[in-house]
Design a protein around this ligand. Structure first.
Ligand SMILES: Nc1ncnc2c1ncn2[C@@H]1O[C@H](COP(=O)(O)OP(=O)(O)OP(=O)(O)O)[C@@H](O)[C@H]1O
Ligand SMILES: [Zn+2]
Ligand SMILES: [Zn+2]
Length: 818
């Protein structure tokens, strides 16, 4: 092969102005180590920075200015050629820099840092007084040659001028290098190189008192392979003191070897066997298998009610895919919340599965990632970013609970996992399965249009009925004199379960930030007079006010209800803690496990709390949406929803959809096994269609109704939304950038009937961390038709926003506008 002359490198510099590949000469020495996807170190201005090779060429624009690559950082390129392409697509679709796109594909521990080392070139001539900066610096340089200049200067800021002077005088030399973010973890291993004849001699030679040493040596010999030192010590009771003489004599060899950090510990407990499928499951399984085997990219919506046994279909479809030597990715909304899913995968596939999620340490993530890259596993279970798993022959990607908001990344690049999956499916001729009891409206619409194939699983596995849902009108409760947060029916329901030794899940619907104001007598909700958006409750310096997050309108909290003149106006946003207190008063004998952000901050907190509940250590599980999904507890026969509407009054066009999904999912936690389930939903809006359809768990009817709404309002799936947010500490500057952006968009897009520009307005989160935020929202039918003007306007104003001390962000295909 003729070595390519120039490498095209994406450099890790966060600036839109350098968002293109740069040419670097490939030195002959490095020629056979560079590939598309190789990570390199390159000179960039006065610095050295990390970069990725995305291509090669024989020519360059400025041959005399082109510098050579400095270093190749890994023997195996971290990115495969199709991941390099994927990065290119990400930056096109979500308008992020190419460097940011590459970073999104790699585990955070991957990033090496360019740094400077100091070497003594010639000894400084003078002899310095002990204790002087000069003598200390010299001493440090001799003692710790591997310390970087950055480390030295941060530990001893006072040395900075001295170092500079010595470098200038030529006493010190600056060497550029890299410090790796994370190292592969190594552990000490022991083995014996002795043959059996040698062993006998060795044992004879050891003194009779050295019983421990003899035992250790024999143990290692019998093992016949290298064993981890800590395990050997644990089994034989030997210690370093026992080992030392054996090492000295050469009877035993100690070696550091790379090991993988296993985040779940090694639990090769009983392996689970595939269950015989029900006819419905069989049909779903066969459809998916046929799609995977066909080798044509496809997307399938698996619409199965809660408890219909989707997981078993996933497991068997993945097993079949892996048998064909293709790999599979299983995405779950937030892995810490779905320990049961991970457990099932570990049990079915053992070591064949890698687990990727946000709560792993950087090192653990890196190890799991390496196992995937090296082809040691064929299956990955993980949250959103696992969709980037570096497999080279993908067959199947499954997104469970595909409607969940967590599949949209909230940082650049703001990708939607579903779209990434569909892109990778085209690259690999693979199948995407979107599973849900309550699909995203868009997904269900595509199925309606025939773009996505739809499989239904309308019944629960053992034919159990879906739980009966009772909707309780809390206005009536108040009228009949019940002022507590539990309706009488719910109180009674809990009591019965406690008596029968069954379990209860209480769900507090609290999504996002908003706290709205409602009259408990008549259901009146305070809304902005201009925008119709529910007002948000604010309390500052004892003053209670109501604000509109769209237009900024504000008023005092009314003392009496404007509608019924009653004095039961309250702000809503009851915390789990208050519910817990109340439970303690009403049911002093019941044990309650509370799950919310406060009680689940530890690494395994979720899993621990859930397993305690499973074991029956508590009768009531109380939590926020983190308990809404995926849980499967046989003894739960009652699910109570404290207030259904919290999510209904978010300033978000998806509010009804979210409420419907949430209620249906929570209801699905009840009565999944032998015992029949009941659900009690408390609300001040029993007539709202989202609540009514959820009551009967009628997704299809909800879809029909909601899709019409969306059509009239030009919302997704009929239009896609892209939101720009201009942020600045100075309100006028933030506004100025947003207005200018709006102008530019109007100039290039006005007059088109497939585009709607919603003018500049304060963001629903109008002020965040002391910064003002303004939104410009663009609606369009096809991204292709608007991507060029969007890119142009965005990129030109991004720089201007920065000059004004703020920034401009873009969210393509925004799922929620905040
Ligand atoms: N073929 C089968 N035979 C017997 N039991 C099964 C079978 N398939 C699934 N199950 C059991 O049925 C229960 C419900 O299955 P699963 O949790 O997969 O439902 P799901 O469709 O994922 O529901 P959800 O959307 O609520 O998470 C589980 O306890 C599972 O072990
Ligand atoms: Zn308003
Ligand atoms: Zn009222």
């Amino acid at each position: 092969m003729i070595a390519p002359k120039y490498a095209e490198v994406i450099v890790e510099v966060k600036s839109a102005s350098v968002d293109r590949p740069f040419h670097y000469e490939v030195p002959a020495l490095l020629a056979d180590r560079v590939h598309v996807g190789t990570r390199v170190l390159v000179p960039f201005g006065p610095r050295r920075v990390e970069g990725y090779i995305v291509g090669f060429s024989e020519t360059t624009d400025a041959p005399d200015k082109t510098k050579p690559l400095a270093e190749v950082l890994d023997d195996e390129p971290p990115l495969t050629p199709d991941l390099v392409k994927l990065a290119g697509w990400l930056s096109e679709r979500y308008l992020c820099t190419k460097a940011a796109a590459v970073q999104a594909l790699l585990p955070s521990g991957m990033r090496a840092k360019a740094t400077t080392f100091l070497r003594i070139k010639t000894d400084p001539p003078d002899v310095y007084l002990p204790g002087s900066w000069e003598s200390e610096l010299l001493q440090e340089l001799y003692q710790s040659p591997n310390k970087t200049k950055e480390q030295l200067v941060s530990e001893h800021t006072e040395w900075r001028p001295l170092i500079r002077a010595w470098v200038e005088k030529g006493f010190l030399e600056e060497l550029h290098g890299v410090k790796h973010g994370i190292q592969a973890k190594t552990m000490a291993f022991l083995f014996t190189p002795l043959t059996s004849a040698d062993l006998q001699t060795a044992l004879d030679e050891l003194s009779n008192r050295a019983k421990k040493q003899k035992e250790l040596l024999s143990y290692l010999f019998d093992a016949g392979e290298a064993l981890m030192m800590k395990d050997v010590f644990a089994v034989t009771g030997a210690s370093s003191a026992t080992l030392k003489p054996l090492l000295d004599k050469g009877y035993v060899v100690k070696e550091e070897r790379e090991v993988n950090r296993d985040p779940y510990g090694i639990q090769h407990a009983e392996k689970s066997q595939p269950l015989p499928l029900t006819p419905t499951q069989e049909n779903a399984y066969q459809t998916i298998k046929t799609a995977v085997d066909s080798g044509a990219p496809q997307t399938i919506l698996l619409q199965g009610v809660t408890g219909s046994g989707k997981t078993e279909v996933y497991l068997q479809a993945i097993a079949s895919c892996v048998e064909q030597d293709r790999q599979a990715i299983m995405l779950v909304p937030e892995i810490a919340l779905t320990p049961q899913m991970v457990e099932q995968f570990k049990k079915r596939f053992g070591d064949e599965v890698a687990v990727l999620h946000s709560r792993l340490s950087t090192g653990e993530k890196y190890d799991e990632w390496r196992r995937i890259r090296h082809g040691e596993v064929n299956i990955v279970v993980g949250a959103r970013s696992a969709i980037f798993a570096p497999f080279d022959s993908l067959g199947l990607m499954i997104i469970d609970e595909e409607h969940e908001t967590s599949y949209k990344q909230d940082d650049h690049p703001k990708y939607l996992a579903r779209e990434v999956a569909m892109y990778r499916a085209r690259q690999h001729r693979a199948t995407v399965v979107l599973g849900s009891a309550t699909p995203a409206l868009e997904t269900r619409w595509w199925a309606h249009q025939g773009i996505v194939q739809r499989i239904e699983m309308p019944e629960r596995v053992r034919g159990q009925k879906l739980p009966k849902v009772r909707v309780i009108d809390m206005r009536d409760e108040l009228q009949s004199g019940n002022r507590s947060m539990f309706a009488n029916a719910l109180k009674q329901g809990i009591e019965e379960r406690l008596e029968r030794g069954e379990q209860v899940i209480l769900f507090l619907n609290r999504r996002g930030f908003a706290t709205f104001v409602l009259c408990r007598s008549c259901g009146y909700v305070a809304r902005c007079r201009d925008c119709e958006i529910p007002l948000t409750y604010h309390k500052a310096r004892g003053l209670e006010s109501l604000r509109c997050h769209y237009c900024g309108f504000a008023e005092r909290l009314p003392e009496t209800c404007p509608d019924c003149k009653g004095d039961h106006v309250r702000h809503f946003g009851t915390g789990t803690q208050r519910v817990e207190e109340e439970l303690g008063k009403v049911f002093p004998e019941a044990k309650v496990i509370r799950m919310d952000v406060d009680t689940t901050s530890g690494k395994d907190a979720h899993a621990t709390l859930l397993s305690r509940f499973r074991k029956g250590e508590a009768q009531i599980l109380l939590g926020t949406q983190m308990i809404a999904k995926g849980l499967d507890f046989p003894k739960v026969t009652l699910v109570g929803v404290i207030s259904a509407e919290t999510s209904l009054y978010l300033p978000d066009f998806r509010a009804a959809e979210r409420t419907f999904q949430l209620l249906t999912q929570v209801a699905g936690r009840a009565g999944r096994h032998e015992l029949p389930g009941e659900v009690i939903v408390q609300t001040y809006n029993p007539q709202h269609y989202a609540i009514q359809f959820a009551k009967h768990q009628e997704y299809e009817k909800f879809f029909d109704h909601e899709v019409r709404h969306r059509y009239t309002l030009n919302n997704p799936p009929f239009f896609e939304l892209t939101a720009f947010t201009s942020v600045n500490e100075d309100e006028m500057k933030a506004l100025h950038i947003a207005r200018t952006l709006e102008d530019r968009l109007r100039r290039s897009l006005d007059g088109r009937d497939d585009v709607i520009i919603l003018g500049t307005s304060p963001a629903p989160l109008a002020r965040l961390q002391g910064k003002y935020r303004f939104n410009v929202v663009l609606k369009y039918k096809k991204f292709k038709g608007v991507s060029a003007p969007i890119r142009e306007a965005y990129q030109s104003l991004q720089g201007e926003a920065q000059k004004l001390g703020g920034y401009l962000t873009i969210d393509v295909n925004a799922q929620m506008i905040l």
